[in-house]
Ligand binder design. Structure first.
Ligand code: UD1
Ligand code: CA
Length: 462
């Protein structure tokens, strides 16, 4: 039996008060429409048609990357209602295919629910099935109106509902299964006189009058069918999604101390026995190995972290790699393209940019390491700065194995400190340092006897 899914996404989303299309607003880092597409796709429909309008550039760009033999776009010329939106997709749907309609603004829907819904629809041989639910506050939704034998005779939008109908708690989720016989009825849809839009929901009353079998199936809890029209609902849905994702990780063996304040994107992987403290944010396609500790307010974006790694409080890790048994932070910043080897320590207020740090190396305090290639077992003293930028171009600093860089050193790139060398504290290094030597550029220390005493006498303080 054929099935085609249609996701309605062409609406203006006025209530979001936003410059970007509503369905592109992210939920835990992904546009909400992506969740709908992912819930539908394991049903293996013949096609997934997303209805959009030509002004939704960001949405179009997002979909263009995903278009294939299955996923296609249908254009609604003007967003004049959900009924018109589905009508715009009909020419792209085979005449004998069951149509699964979904709203693009209902991202919490799960595949399992859709599967049961489809199963029910086929078993009951309905002409139209409506996935309904009981809403705590039904006001933004269409009410399900039934006759005495439980047939749905209409879906009543708030603008058209009587006071009695407004009290109905069973509402329309915007997800329907529609049989091909219903298609010819779409020409009977009329503009809603109050809203001036073609309501898809009106098709129910039309089909009922033709004697078709229409049922509502309330199988899913409200939190799965939440429609997002405002940023308040977006926040509510985000928190549900966050909980779902965090619960999945906890079941996989990750300790999350306070799930309410821990943000993990759905594309992340985390090994077992890793502990995540409150306020951490793990984003994009990051992966974290086993037995790590991620302390409070760390932010990790698109990075790969090995096993037994400790990320201390308030550190930011972006597009970087940290290998096993290393520790970073607190207040460290690893910028894009950094590779931290095994057993490395990157300490307080250290910034690393596009640098490779070898195994066993330590940079514990207040440093900037940019465009550097640092070998094994190197000690980078507090306050060491690689001067990688000359105002025009970036240059490279190479520090070979077993080097000791004294505190408060500037390394003016391009420069190489060869293996085993020492650099005295407070030096400004502008030339390559040979292996095993000491480089020191400070002016020699002098002592002026009694200088301090005389000064105090001059100022009359003695
Ligand atoms: C709709 C339903 C309502 C249901 C609710 C579930 C109608 C008339 N009402 O109301 O019964 O309870 O969803 O969340 O259908 N869209 C288009 N083109 C348009 C207008 C909308 O593609 O011209 C798309 C939107 O992008 C959105 C979806 O259709 O993804 C629903 O539109 P929206 O305006 O949010 O409908 P609701 O008022 O929520
Ligand atoms: Ca909606």
């Amino acid at each position: 039996m054929k099935l085609t899914a249609v996701i309605l996404a062409a609406g203006l989303g006025t209530r979001m008060k936003s410059g970007i299309p509503k369905v592109m607003h992210p939920l835990c880092g992904r546009p909400m429409i992506q969740y709908v597409m992912e819930a539908v796709s394991p049903l293996r429909p013949e096609g997934i048609i997303v209805v959009i309008n030509k002004d939704q550039k960001v949405l179009m760009d997002f979909l263009k990357e995903r278009i294939n033999s299955k996923i296609t776009i249908a254009f609604q010329n003007k967003p004049i209602g959900t009924g018109d939106a589905l009508k715009s997709a009909l020419p792209s749907i085979k005449g004998d295919s069951t149509i699964l309609v979904l709203n693009g603004d209902t991202p919490l829907i799960r595949y399992e629910t859709l599967k049961r819904f489809l199963h029910y629809h086929r078993k009951e041989k309905n002409e139209i099935s409506i996935l309904s639910f009981y809403a705590t506050d039904p006001s933004p939704y269409g009410r399900i109106i039934k006759d005495s034998s439980n047939n749905v005779i209409a879906i009543r939008e708030r603008v058209d509902a009587s006071r009695k109908e407004l009290e109905i708690k069973e509402v329309n989720s915007g997800i329907y299964l529609i049989e091909p016989v219903v298609r010819r009825l779409f020409r009977h849809l009329k503009k809603n006189p109050v809203k001036g839009e073609y309501f898809l929901t009106d098709i129910v009353e039309i089909a009922n009058k033709k004697g078709m079998k229409i049922k509502a199936y309330p199988i899913a809890p409200e939190e799965e069918l939440l429609g997002i029209n405002t940023r308040i609902e977006l926040a509510r849905a985000s928190s549900i999604m966050r909980r779902r994702i965090n619960e999945r990780f906890m079941l996989e063996g990750v300790t999350i101390i306070n799930p309410e304040t821990t943000y993990i994107s759905p594309d992340v992987t985390i090994g077992s026995d890793t502990i995540i403290y409150p306020g951490a944010s793990i984003e994009g396609r990051s992966s974290i190995g086993k037995n790590c500790i991620i302390y409070s307010n760390a932010r990790i974006v698109d990075s790969v972290i090995g096993e037994n790694v400790v990320i201390k409080d308030s550190s930011v890790i972006e597009e970087s790699v940290i290998k096993d048994n290393s520790a970073v932070g607190p207040f460290a910043h690893l910028r894009s393209g950094s590779v931290i080897g095994e057993n490395v320590k990157i300490g307080n207020f250290v910034e690393v940019k596009k640098s490779i740090i070898g195994e066993g190396t330590k940079a514990m305090h207040l440093s900037y390491l940019g465009d550097a290639e640092i070998g094994r077992n190197v000690n980078i003293g507090a306050g060491t700065i690689t001067c990688n930028y000359d105002g025009f171009k970036k240059h490279k600093t190479v520090i070979e194995d077993n080097v000791f860089i004294g505190s408060d050193t500037q390394l003016v790139a391009p420069v190489r400190i060869s293996r085993g060398a020492y650099v005295g504290a407070g030096s400004t290094i502008t030339k390559d340092v040979p292996p095993e030597s000491l480089a020191v550029t400070r002016t020699p220390q002098r002592h002026i006897p009694d200088w301090a005493k005389k000064r105090r006498q001059e100022k009359g303080k003695d």
